[in-house]
Design a protein around this ligand. Structure first.
Ligand SMILES: Nc1ncnc2c1ncn2[C@@H]1O[C@H](COP(=O)(O)OS(=O)(=O)O)[C@@H](OP(=O)(O)O)[C@H]1O
Ligand SMILES: [Mg+2]
Ligand SMILES: [Mg+2]
Ligand SMILES: [Mg+2]
Length: 440
């Protein structure tokens, strides 16, 4: 891996005034349910009890994976808090802590710090020997002689985050972690997932490009067992509980801020979305904000996909970067299916969150030929959409295969997520009709 200041960082600094969640007022209503004091909101279940009573599951079934989901949601909340702090410092201090990986993609202290934190917490809760984690980052860059400062920042960030574990109802370390322990926690996430059994799947910062630009990003944690995604948690620190902002493109933010000022608090309030396979439900809770005292369990409310199935009324999301997905191909599809609205280009798995929340109806990604999609970019989002009532397939209409290790092997052309089967079928047919004449 090369170590250098990532070229996108300069763009990040420029763009921040334009689209930052902090400095731009946005007409959003902050989430109206207060965070609950333990047990005071009976109708907003904690992850471990969600939906089980309504499903009529026996307690042994309903308890299955409850502890895993509970820990996963809490540690993603911690990670969101960590990322908010790092993002603020990245974009305000113009420092050099955005690095480039071999493929020129960016990586930051947040990526490594979240990976170390989640790895440490999962190992403490479920036993270091038995926890298998498949995650995006490694320690190659961090271990280089010229990365001492970077490594120090990561160790400091991880320790600051773990010190806050009790606020999230988790046990932190008895003492400060040493550098070698932080490196070990990061490199322990090197499972290839090639054997059956249980694997945690982590994208510590998904949409790192959005992250360094002061924009959208997500923390994605899933649990796979024997190739099936059983749990999915998405932390979306810049995606407020209220959906209003999604109607606007970033270029509109500045205009809106002049007419409708809003507190940074309401914009700041992100969300954590989660689901457990088979519940037929997905849930969303507000981020525990740093100015709030501990309140756990954190209130949650159920989310559901949109009921819109008329393409003319549907909104479709896609990656921001043309290099990650062909905008021209999706524009052709949109036209032939009868989508009328402009695409909503959003960084990260926040796109999956938007479909699950009913804020958009379609997500399409068509990467260039030869690019192999990784499971950490999709596992959590796919399960959450499915449980919220939506559908996700490849462009041939087949389910994504999470059983083959790091990559989504056998993926047919691209990924399509929809709020319902009617839209999905139309898009799959349109892909077939136009594929041969595409350049993909
Ligand atoms: N060439 C290429 N083609 C397709 N996909 C790629 C490519 N390169 C990277 N990636 C992966 O895309 C992840 C970011 O996806 P996004 O949907 O957020 O893309 S975008 O930033 O909005 O353009 C991104 O995730 P993160 O690295 O976690 O940010 C990558 O795993
Ligand atoms: Mg990356
Ligand atoms: Mg990713
Ligand atoms: Mg990532």
């Amino acid at each position: 891996m090369s170590v250098g200041i990532h070229p996108f960082f300069s763009i990040a600094t420029k763009r921040f005034n334009f689209c930052s969640f902090k400095r731009v007022g946005i007409a959003v209503n902050s989430y109206s349910l207060p965070l609950s004091l333990s047990g005071s909101h009976n109708r907003t279940p904690s992850p471990s009890t969600m939906g089980d009573e309504k499903l009529g599951l026996k307690s042994s079934e309903s308890d299955k994976y409850s502890k895993e989901l509970d820990v996963a949601v809490r540690v993603v909340q911690m990670a969101c808090s960590l990322c908010q702090r790092v993002q603020e410092s990245l974009v305000s201090k113009n420092n050099d802590q955005v690095k480039s990986k071999d493929d020129d993609s960016p990586v930051t202290i947040a990526d490594w710090s979240v990976q170390a934190t989640v790895s440490w917490v999962l190992s403490e809760c479920f036993g270091r020997e038995s926890v298998s984690i498949i995650a995006e980052e490694d320690v190659n860059t961090l271990s280089r002689a010229d990365a001492v400062g970077l490594l120090e920042s990561v160790v400091k960030t991880v320790n600051e985050c773990l010190a806050e574990a009790p606020k999230f109802g988790l046990k932190g370390p008895d003492r400060v972690l040493e550098t070698s322990e932080v490196l070990e926690a990061i490199s322990r996430c090197n499972s290839t997932g090639s054997h059956p059994g249980r694997h945690w799947v982590l994208d510590p910062v998904d949409g790192t490009l959005g992250f360094v630009r002061g924009d959208q990003y997500a923390i994605a944690l899933a649990m796979i067992e024997d190739g099936e995604v059983l749990l999915g948690v998405l932390g979306c620190p810049n995606y407020p509980m209220n959906k209003e902002w999604l109607k606007y493109h970033h270029r509109d933010f500045l205009v809106m801020s002049k007419s409708s000022p809003s507190t940074s608090e309401s914009w700041n309030k992100g969300c954590v979305i989660y689901a457990k396979r088979g519940c037929g439900k997905a849930w969303m809770q507000p981020l525990v904000h740093k100015s709030e005292k501990l309140v756990w369990p954190n209130s949650a409310r159920e989310i559901r996909v949109s009921t819109i199935d008329d393409p003319a009324l549907a909104t479709f999301c896609e990656p921001v970067e043309r290099a990650n997905s062909s905008h021209s191909f999706t524009a052709g599809l949109a036209h032939s299916v009868g989508l009328r609205k402009q695409p909503l280009r959003v960084y990260s798995m926040v796109k999956y969150a938007a479909i699950a929340r009913g804020d958009a109806e379609i997500f399409m990604k068509f990467a260039r030929a030869g690019y192999k999609e990784k499971i950490w970019d999709h596992a959590a989002g796919v399960l959450i959409i499915q449980e919220a009532g939506g559908v996700v397939t490849d462009a041939g209409g087949r389910p994504l295969d999470f059983s083959k290790g790091i990559f989504l092997e056998g993926l047919d052309r691209g990924i399509i997520a929809c709020s319902g089967a009617t839209l999905l079928e139309k898009i799959v047919r349109a892909v077939d009709a136009s594929w041969d004449s595409s350049n993909l």
